[in-house]
Every structure is written in C-alpha cells, then in structure tokens.
Ligand binder design. Structure first.
Ligand code: GLV
Ligand code: MN
Ligand code: MN
Length: 416
C-alpha cells in the first residue's frame, strides 16, 4: 500500500504522453487485426492476454489488485481509510474495434497513478483504477455487464448463464480464462466515479472543442428479432406464395432507418446483425435473426420508437405470413449525471485552459451503471471524423494528453 507517509518531497504531477502512447502501442499488439484495429472480444484469449498485461502493469505501479467474481479488475493506490475515487473503463473491444475505445480510459488511469507516483504525491482518498468486464456486449449482451453486476443491476448467476453469439456462456468463459475472482462485485463503494473516453462521435471535432463534459447517457433498447417463414425454391415459387424471412428482415432494416430519420433529434436506429438460414442463393430464407438497436436521450421518445417498431412487426408478420418473435437483449433508461460532477469537469478544464462543452453520450458506458452507486460523470476527447467501432478510430496525441491531464486533475480534486 502506498500511504501518505510513503512520500516526502512532492512535485506537481504531470502526464507523460510518450509513456501513455507507449502503453497504448504495446497493449494494442494484443488482438491486432491485419488491416489495423483490434479484436479483443470479451472473455476471449485476447481479452485474457490484455487482462494479464494490465494486472502486471498495475502491480508494477504498486497498486493492490483485486479481481471480483464477474472478472472486473480493480487496482487500488492507497490513501486514508475512506471511500476511494474510482476511475477507468474497459479493455474489451467489438470484433472490429479501434485502438482507443475503453482502453484509453484505463491506460490514462494507469498514467494518472504513475504521474502521482513520480511526483511523490499521496492522496487522502484511495484511488481505484478499474477495468470492467465485457463493456461492449458484442459477444455477450447486455453491454456494460461488469459494471451492471458491480452495482447490483444484474445477479451474478444470471450473468454467468448468458450465452454469447458463439454459444459459450459468460461463466464458462470467465473460468476458462482464469478471471473469476472470489471477491463480491460491489466490494468498494466509491466516493465518485470518473470515466475518460473518446467521444466516438463528431461534435467536439466539428466545433474545435478539446474536452467534453458529459451530462448524461442515452437510453437504449436492444432487441433480437427472430423471423420464421418457409424455405422454398427460388425459381419455382410464385412471388405471392412466399413466406420470405430474408425479405421481412430487409423490411425491418429499412423501417428502423426511416423511423429514426423521421423522429430526428437524438433518435438512433440500427440493424447491426442479420443472420439468414439456410443462407443459400436459390432458397427462399426459412429463418432470419436480426438485432435492432434503438437509442434516445429522451425516455418517452424511446418508448414511442419501441411502440412503433412493435406495431410494424405485427403488420409485417400478417402481411408475409411469417412468425416474428422478439427477445430483449438490453434495456436501459437514459441517465443524467449530477450537475456538481459535470461542473467539476468544466472547472478542471478551465483551470487547465482547455476548451470545453457539455454534451450527452450516444454510446453506452460503464459510468451509466456506476451512476446508480455513486456520483459519476465522464470526460470526452475528440474522435477524428467521429469514427468509432471501426478499425480506423483515431484521436490525436495532443487530445489524448489533454484528456489524461483532465483525468489526473479531476481525480486529484475528488481525492482531496
Ligand atoms: C456500447 O459500447 C455501445 O454503446 O454500444
Ligand atoms: Mn467504450
Ligand atoms: Mn465500444
């Protein structure tokens, strides 16, 4: 433990950008894709390799590492016997992820700890750096699973039983990679939680603003839609006699796009996965399984979007004589972060002379779950071209440095 007495002389802590970039490079060799970007799907071998590296780096900095029963990794830098300031994000990625989504927040957290070590600076509150399990949810829905379990929003046994897109369960895979800890998720109740993340959208870049003070997180609904029609010969079956699951899937994708465009504002709608069976050139599809991702920062509008989708599915089933079954994969209401936490980010930005604006997040994050447990907020930095969940995801080094400095000084404010 690094206690207050461990340090004599102190200097002002500062971020070492080269060290941060070096860690990002080294970490991103894990799960690197041939054309750039990364695949570290939750609880995969690549996720395990990333976890092993992170734990080593945490221990190198003198952090006390705990793995909880859902595999969240928490490294604590000591302080007095009071609630810690928690910060971090996730190290898993979508299947075709970029270099920064999640990982940046965790490695900037390590850099925060190392900058404090270098400066000989102790904090009154302990600092708890966290990498939450399965933030992406691409392999195992819902997203932000580790933080959701941490705050008691999903029972451990339920989480273990969740089956992923490849048939494996969370429990089996956690055990396989050796990351089922014995400690109860939620074992630390933080004084506050701060998450640094790339924006993943175009607002900061287009306005030339360096820092986003995140006011809240969009509400979200993920639905799996399974359509059952009838397999038939593509050459002999008259068009009016078909019960075509592929056509119905296509109609849903078109509807979702039009729905979101028609509603405007913060409404988003995405069909990101479609699977067809038997998926052959000359067979009318018997079955289609697809996902619908609906999001809105306004809960009432999100409910309206869901109602419109449900009505459309009913009409479509009748029209094409197909059966349509739905299953909810994730449903979260929008979250507003406390004003004092958002103001703290703005004050820190002013102090460090970074331009700053408030904005909502259209992406889901662990901070959204942590907000149930303690005051939480997020810091965003610009994403080039607003691109994320894409191997070309990029953030300029100067912005990575600015965000890390923001994290360091926000955490310091909260920890004193
Ligand atoms: C999670 O990262 C999401 O917003 O899809
Ligand atoms: Mn993320
Ligand atoms: Mn993501």
């Amino acid at each position: 433990m690094i206690g207050a007495s461990a340090y004599g002389m102190t200097t002002s802590p500062r971020i070492d950008l080269d060290r941060l970039l070096g860690r990002l490079d080294a970490f991103n060799r894990i799960g690197a894709l041939p054309g750039g970007g990364n695949c570290r799907l939750a609880l995969s071998d690549e996720d395990r390799a990333g976890r092993d590296l992170l734990v080593r780096w945490m221990r190198d900095l003198g952090l006390t590492v705990t793995v909880d029963a859902i595999g969240n990794i928490i490294g604590v830098r000591g302080g007095e016997d009071v609630a810690p300031v928690m910060f971090g994000s996730h190290i898993d990625s979508v299947g075709t992820g970029g270099r920064y989504d999640g990982l940046y927040g965790v490695l900037a957290g390590l850099e925060t700890c190392e900058a404090l070590n270098d400066a000989g600076r102790a904090t009154r509150r302990p600092l708890a750096l966290v990498a939450f399990t399965n933030e992406e949810g691409s392999r195992f829905p819902p997203y932000a699973m580790g933080s959701l379990v941490y705050v008691g929003g999903l029972a451990l046994e339920e989480a273990y039983a969740i089956r992923g897109i490849d048939g494996a369960t969370v429990g089996e895979e956690l055990r396989r990679i050796g990351y089922v800890g014995t400690v109860r998720p939620g074992f630390l109740t933080p004084h506050a939680y701060v998450e640094l993340h790339i924006e993943q959208g175009p607002i900061l870049e287009s306005e030339g603003v360096v820092i986003g003070a995140v006011e809240g997180i969009t509400g979200l609904s993920w639905t799996e839609v399974a359509i059952t029609g009838r397999a038939a010969h593509a050459g002999t079956t008259p068009m009016h006699l078909r019960r075509d699951a592929a056509w119905a899937a296509g109609e849903i994708a078109v509807f979702v796009r039009r729905l979101a465009q028609g509603m405007g504002g913060h409404q988003k709608g995405t069909v990101g996965r479609i699977e067809l069976y038997p998926n052959l050139v000359n067979v009318v599809a018997e079955r289609a399984v697809l996902t619908v991702d609906l999001r809105n920062t306004d809960e009432t509008l999100l409910q309206d979007a869901k109602r419109q989708l449900a009505g459309f599915l009913d009409r479509l089933a009748a029209q094409e004589q197909v059966a349509i079954a739905t299953r909810s994969l994730a449903r979260f209401a929008p979250v507003s972060f406390p004003t004092e936490m958002v103001s703290l980010i703005e004050t820190t930005a002013r102090e460090l002379a970074f331009s700053c604006r408030r904005l909502p997040s259209g992406a889901g994050h662990d901070a959204q779950m942590m907000a149930r447990l303690c005051p939480a907020t997020m810091i965003f930095v610009p994403s080039v071209g607003g691109l994320s969940h894409n191997v070309r995801e990029h953030t300029e080094p100067a912005h990575l440095e600015a965000g890390a400095a923001m994290l360091l000084h926000s955490v310091l404010r909260l920890a004193e």
